[in-house]
Structure formats: C-alpha cells, structure tokens
Design a protein around this ligand. Structure first.
Ligand code: ZN
Length: 266
C-alpha cells in the first residue's frame, strides 16, 4: 500500500476525526497503559474508541476503561465463551452503566474447536432480544456461520441494527449484510495487499454502510503485529480503505465517523 497520506492530506488532516469502533482496551498490553495509548490515538485524529466486552471477567474492567474521555462501552458475551452463565438480568444491569452504546461482542463462531452451535445460538438470541427491547445496536462477530447469522438477523424483521465487525470477505456476502441494514467494520485486513476479496468488498459496499476498527490487539495490520496495534492505527486503515475505493481519505473519515456517530449515538 502506498502511503500518500502525509504528503497529500497534511492540512485537511487537522480537521479529520476518526472512530475506532472495535478495540479491546481491556486486554493487555493496552489495559496497563491506557493514557499513552489514548494520547497517541488522539494525535492520529482518533478521538473516540468503542470497547466491546468479551467474557464476564472483562465486564469488571469495563468501568475502568469507561472512565477515560472518548471511551465508550459495549456489554455482551462473545461466542467463544458462550458456555459462561449469562443472565439477562445481569446484562440489563451492565447496560445501565455509564457510556454504554451497544451490546457486544456477540455472534456465532463455528470455526473454534469443540463449539456448541446450539448454545451459541441460544446466547446470541438472548442478547439480540435485549438489544431489540432496549433499542441498542449490536456488535457482531462471525466465522464460518454466515448463513445462520443472516437467518437469525432476518428473523428479527429489521429490528436489529449494528455492525458486523472485522469484515474481510467478498462483495456478495458483504451486500447480504448491508441489505439487511447492517454496517460492516473494516479493519487490519484491508491494509494487506493480498486481501483481494476484502478490497473488492470495500469498493462495492456504499461508504454509508462502513465503519472503521482495529480490533486491537487481535488483528495485525500489514507490517504491524497484532499486539502492537492500537486505536491510532485507524488512520492507516482509513488510508487503505480510501485507496481500495480510489477515493479521498477525508471523505472516508467524514462519512465513516458520521456512520459511527449515527449507529452508536456518540
Ligand atoms: Zn473483537
């Protein structure tokens, strides 16, 4: 990827605002150094970060990260830990906390060894029910289960809104989700020159259906190890997306940020 950003957008850059719509600030190595991580993000024009929870333990750390300016939270149970006891009452109580903007991350993952499809679906449905009841958007994770996820979303008759995060698949699948009114989160994959399908999707999906994310510290960028990824890297992701769409990076920033503000009510 050719990095033209600093030459071409030097001046306009100052007015740009970006949002990292998916970053696990509760995970190490970021959790221990939140202040410098968020300072570096701000210097890269990333002034807001949405932190999805993972397991029930991560719920405890969420209040700490929510104490930082520009940090917003999502509560939910990830499909990898769907065997943990999820009580809708506990979820409701967590959602009453400050700076909660979504339920997440939740979803289906049939690629993990020993998964229990039925339990994953049950936990997903429980959380989607709460999302609809409270009119909250969801942050969705999906691997190897796209047909089932599309089916369950369709069964809510358009009442589920939110983001399918870490999207790296082809245009056909992309449009099945955006047709349902879902947004797609593009992240590190788009920075890889070999990610052809992902680049194709980025070129086809309307910019009005795209948000940006790092998923730090889980997914690397081209030339950056996953554990070195921070919210500041949204700037590189925006640049790669602009290049894949052959469009102006300032427009990518403006529209994806507006999308994030609209979905999450930021
Ligand atoms: Zn994640």
């Amino acid at each position: 990827m050719v990095h033209l950003f600093h030459k071409t957008y030097g001046k306009k850059k100052n007015n740009m605002k970006l949002v990292d719509t998916h970053c696990h600030l509760t995970f190490e190595p970021m959790f221990d150094r939140l202040r410098p991580v968020l300072d570096r993000a701000r210097k890269a024009n990333v002034d807001r970060v949405i932190v999805p929870s993972y397991d029930l333990d991560s719920w405890k750390q969420m209040e700490h990260v929510a104490g930082f300016e520009g940090v917003f939270c999502a509560y939910g149970l990830h499909p990898w830990v769907a065997d943990q006891p999820l009580s809708p009452t506990d979820l409701e109580r967590a959602l009453d906390r400050d700076k909660v903007v979504a339920i997440g991350e939740i979803g289906l993952d049939y690629k993990i060894p020993g998964y229990d499809r039925r339990r994953q679906m049950e936990v997903l449905r429980t959380q989607l029910d709460v999302a609809v009841e409270r009119s909250l958007p969801v942050i969705l994770h999906c691997r190897g289960a796209f047909d089932d996820l599309l089916d369950v979303l369709a069964s809510y008759n358009g009442n589920v809104t939110g983001v399918l995060h870490a999207f790296s698949r082809g245009p056909q699948l992309a449009l099945r989700f955006t047709d349902l009114g879902l947004y797609l989160g593009f992240g590190g994959a788009i920075t890889r020159p070999g990610a052809i399908r992902c680049h194709e999707s980025a070129g086809v999906v309307p910019l009005g259906s795209i948000v940006l994310e790092t998923d730090a510290p889980s997914i690397g960028l081209y030339g950056v190890e996953p554990t070195d990824v921070e919210p500041k890297h949204v700037l590189d992701i925006a640049e790669s997306l602009a290049s894949a769409r052959d469009t102006d990076m300032v427009d990518v920033a403006r529209i994806t940020t507006r999308n994030a503000e609209k979905i999450f009510g930021l």
